[in-house]
Design a protein around this ligand. Sequence first.
Ligand code: AMP
Length: 436
Amino acid sequence: MNFKSLGIIDPILKALERQGYETPTPIQEMSIPVLLEKHDVLASAQTGTGKTASFAIPIIQGLYGNPSLVKPRIIRTLVLAPTRELAEQIKDSFRLYSHGMDLKTDVVYGGVSQHKQELSVRRGLDILVATPGRLLDLVNQGIVKLNHVEYFVLDEADRMLDMGFIRDVRKIVSYIKKERQTMLFSATMPNEILTLAHELLNDPKRIEITPREAMIDKIDQSVYYVAKSKKVDLLIDLLVNPFMRRVLVFTRTKNGANRLVKALLAYGVKADAIHGNKSQNQRTKALQNFKNNKLRVLVATDIAARGIDVDDLTHVVNYDLPETPETYVHRIGRTGRAGQSGIALSFCSQEEAHLLQAIHKHNKMMIPLVSKQPFHIEIRFGQTKNEVKQLKGKGSQRGKSNQFGKNKRMSNKQYSKNTNKKNSNHNYRSNRSKKK
Ligand code: AMP
């Protein structure tokens, strides 16, 4: 299968060639012909599968084949994305795939001054990529008009839901005419998204690229059992490996990300963090430095990492396990993009045992355990919800008192057995450090 056989016109084929794309990815193979036939599409696919091109190419082809003579240009395509980073990447992709075709694409998002965005919109655009909040602001000020939109894309709809944007999305849609082609992409399809799809789409074709098929089998995954307090040491120990060239590390919290960066810098590992508390400029700079190899490690929280498109990521590290198994699949999908294989390492502390179990169940496979490592601990599975809660709450108090009340599964005796085991690991580590 090649791009030409999908019915793509020459100028776009040339642009794809410039990008070095030889064969369409599965989602491109499935979506492009359907979209060229003007069907609406409901697609389950995540970033990393080539989905941006799967909607951008047919849209560009539609706009080019039916040019508007109105000047200044009017917005004929609207793409909504949940994060600034993803919006930027979609804008870049549209520009690349429409190279030399006299189409104008730009992006608007919050957190930066409105002025430049306003000028760009006033000069005229064919394609606008936007995050919902800023777009609504601009619509309410009468700067952006959506009444000429013919192609409407809602990207990463499930993430929009997580981030509380669905109301804004509905409001935005109310400004767009009904005679349009609509494409909804989402990694997962919770009921709220299916309801939204029902409202927005007209007799859509359903396209499904399951992450499993797309990439999970291509990724070399492993898990390390480690005490929460030893995760930094484990990561530093692993970073001795020079093959860990470009590493994306996920932490659960923004503070956790900052603390980890501090610790890595103290060990001479070039690292920076991106998360919601960083300004847009700081995030762009960190991402740029990471792409230019000025940073070896980028530490991110899930929301900030959405849509980050960094080629040649050697490793993804789940420093903290995610709260949902779907997020695990998203995270490890950062490595092994567009068919490349990648490596994903996950750290699991006793407090996170239930999260690891959920991942195993969801992916119907066990992540191979690396026990030959200096910080290995034994982990017990199958705790009650209460035990997990207590462990989480008193994580830093462990060893000081017995946190399990009567009737709980772990007896004092067992607890001390575990503590001893941990101590023996500490001994191992100190022996090891002495040897160094
Ligand atoms: P996306 O899922 O749209 O974020 O795309 C993931 C990555 O795959 C991006 O770096 C694209 O440039 C790249 N890509 C998309 N389609 C192809 C293709 N057909 N061949 C090679 N790389 C591709």
